[in-house]
Ligand binder design. Structure first.
Ligand code: NAD
Length: 502
């Protein structure tokens, strides 16, 4: 099938964008090179997407520099207005974006409609409103002096987005950076560039001046690495693996770029004896199986009080086995394929790791076969592990794969929760108020959910600690990350004595 046949088959009204977006135009890569993006449902080719090399990134950086003075000096409310318009356009094109995201990533269409698209529009809307509300301070300093701070944009920022939530993460990266007055060179993941390119098209329609946003799909080790190294980029914001995050820190050292990292996780989800069991079972399934477990905040370590473990697992296993796997474009599908065949194989390799460590597979652990045999599917997988220090309970699997551990005392639960190098998201299920707040304080992670899991909102800071990275997306914290503070001192007292009176 060629591109227009695929467009028709998926019910898309507009052509699938497959070129770089530089200085307000869709263009081929200078080298003419392309990279296929695949449909993970059957591994068929959707589109050949232009692949940026160093020369293309240079052009994008140049365009972003050219656009920076006007964009950063534009009245903040006017910048905001463009982001608000974009949010409206995302909603107006919501079905188109949902289908495209589902096709390229394997997210079930119902999730794309219900979550990815509204959250993307919501993020641009929140920061559109924020643009003229983020302000400096007046500081009470020495008598006779006025001291105030200016919050200034950084300049051209580089942004590298992963493949697990390409549409939503594009908004998390772009919206605060733009509201603060920066210009952008953004690289989507090589395997999921399509919705980011559609956003570029909508940006243009929203009136975004040329060069403010530049999109350069390409390989991580080539275009991504070059963005991290680039001497004319002031900051790099990255979401992805911890290993790549470390490479980015090293690459950024040349011009001492500001770095923001949102990396891996191994979220503990603790269920206490006094929890509402039904709510906890449902919440724990959502925590790990939503988006096929491909989420940095996934609740991938289920930590159960031993007195309720059997009752919990009986219901949890039944729920996992009942999740409907299928073509992500089918509205009935609850779980789609993983986003690539390579990733499916990586996830399945952890089943062997678990078995070698004495783990017991309670559900899944295999691909479904049958109609789904050509796709990147893995059944919801539950593994009881022997020790929280086992590899399988420590390393990020990033799939529909949850490890189960049990505990006797609260102290033991806390040791397990804090017993990883990561610290991104964690959850706890209890009806004891005191315990809830105590654990919320003691758990080492950037986010804690109580009797809930995986809630996000553009106003609430998102990010981690330890090997999960540093910096925060969303909310006022994100605006701080995309600005630098200038402190201005003004002598307002003519009587102040000079140091060297002459
Ligand atoms: P990755 O970190 O290599 O890729 C994420 C993004 O980084 C992509 O856009 C990629 O092109 C880019 N990239 C790769 N190498 C780069 C480099 N040297 N410089 C700059 N950018 C570079 O992740 P992956 O290999 O696709 O997935 C491996 C594992 O990473 C997953 O199994 C999962 O554990 C983790 N991961 C985490 C997240 C998250 O949300 N925290 C997202 C994706 C992957």
């Amino acid at each position: 099938m060629d591109l227009s046949d695929i467009q028709k088959a998926v019910g898309l009204k507009s052509p699938i964008r497959h070129q770089l977006f530089i200085d307000g135009e869709f263009v081929d890569a200078i080298s003419g090179e392309t990279l296929a993006t695949l449909n993970p449902h059957d591994n068929s080719v959707i589109a050949q997407v232009a692949m940026a090399g160093h020369a293309d990134v240079d052009l994008a950086v140049k365009a972003a520099h050219k656009a920076f003075p006007a964009w950063s000096r534009m009245q903040a409310a006017d910048r905001g207005r463009i982001l608000l318009k974009l949010a409206d356009l995302i909603e107006a094109n919501g079905e188109e974006l949902a289908r495209l995201e589902s096709l390229d990533t394997g997210h079930p269409i119902r999730d794309c409609r219900m979550l990815d698209v509204p959250r993307t529009a919501g993020c641009f809307r929140y920061f559109g409103g924020m643009a003229d509300k983020f302000q400096g301070e007046t500081i009470p300093v020495d008598a006779g002096f006025l001291n105030y701070t200016l919050r200034e944009p950084l300049g051209v920022v580089g942004q590298v987005v992963p493949w697990n939530f390409p549409l939503m993460f594009t908004s998390w990266k772009m919206a605060p950076a733009l509201a603060a007055g920066n210009t952008i060179v953004l690289k989507p993941a090589e395997i999921t560039p399509l919705t980011t390119l559609k956003i570029a098209e909508l940006m243009r329609e929203a009136g975004m001046p040329a060069g403010v946003v530049n999109i350069v799909p390409g390989l991580g080790q080539v275009a991504g690495q070059y963005i991290a190294e680039h001497p004319d980029i002031a900051k790099i914001a990255f979401t992805g693996s911890t290993a790549t995050g470390k490479r980015i820190v090293q690459a950024s050292a040349g011009n001492l770029k500001k770095v923001q990292l949102e990396l891996g996780g191994k979220g503990a989800n603790i269920v206490f004896e006094d929890a509402n069991l039904i709510a906890a079972v449902n919440g724990a399934a959502w925590a790990i199986f939503h988006n096929q477990g491909q989420a940095c905040i996934a609740g991938s370590r289920l930590v159960l009080h031993e007195n309720i473990a059997d009752a919990f697992l009986e219901k949890f296993i039944a729920l996992a086995n009942s999740i409907r796997l299928g073509n992500p474009l089918d509205p009935e599908t609850e779980m789609g394929p993983l986003t690539s065949a390579m990733h499916r194989d990586r996830v399945l390799s952890y089943v062997e790791v678990a078995k070698a460590e004495g783990g017991e597979v309670l559900a899944g652990g295999v691909s479904p076969g049958g109609d789904l045999a050509n796709g990147c599917y893995v059944k919801p997988t539950i593994v009881r592990v022997k020790n929280y220090k086992d590899r399988v309970a420590q390393e990020e699997v990033f799939g529909p794969f949850v490890t189960v551990l049990t505990f006797k005392t609260d102290a033991e639960a806390l040791d397990i929760a804090n017993g990883t190098e990561y610290g991104l998201g964690s959850g706890l299920w209890t009806t004891n108020l005191q315990r809830a707040h105590l654990f919320a304080r003691e758990i080492r992670s950037g986010m804690v959910w109580v009797n809930s899991y995986k809630r996000v909102n553009p106003g609430s800071p998102f990010g981690g600690t330890g090997q999960s990275g540093y910096g925060r997306e969303m909310g006022f914290d994100a605006m701080r990350e995309y600005t630098q503070v200038k402190s201005v001192w003004v002598n307002i007292d003519a009587q102040i004595k000079p140091h060297y009176p002459r």
